[in-house]
Design a protein around this ligand. Sequence first.
Ligand code: CU
Length: 155
Amino acid sequence: MKHALIALLMLATPAMAHDQMAGTLHIIHPSIPLPAGMAKSAAGYVTISNEGESPEELVGVRSPFAASTTLHTTLFEDGIAKMRPLIGVTIAPGEVINLEPGGMHVMFMGLTGTVAEGDMIPATLIFRNAGEVAVEFMVDPADGVDHSTMDHSGY
Ligand SMILES: [Cu+2]
C-alpha cells in the first residue's frame, strides 16, 4: 500500500529533486539533462552545501556512465562557450556551490550507454576530506543544449 502511494506521488511530480547528506555535506539533486540520442558526452549538475566547520574540496567524479568523467568550467571567449578542466572545486564552510548550465559542470565523455528521462545514474563524488560519496545523477528533461557540440578543445 505504501509503495503504491509513493509510485503515485512520483508520477505526480516527475521532475522531483533528490538530495542526501554525506557527513556535513548536503548534496542536492545531482542531475543530467537528457542527452540527445547520438550524443557522445553529457554534462552533469549538482548543488553542494558545506554545512561543516572546515573547508572541503570536490576533486573528482567517477561513473560507469562514461569512459571519462571530469570537472569542467565554462569560459566565454568572444561570446563562445569553451570548456576547460578544473583541478577541484573548493567549498568553504557555510558556502554553497552550484555546478550549473553555463558554469562549472561534471563532464561525462564517451557515454557507455543510452539513458531515458527519470533514470538514476550511479556515480561517485570524490572529496578531499570526506572521501568518496556514492550519489545518483537523475536524468532530467532535455535542456535543448547538445553539450557534445561545445568546444572542448585545448586538452
Ligand atoms: Cu564540458
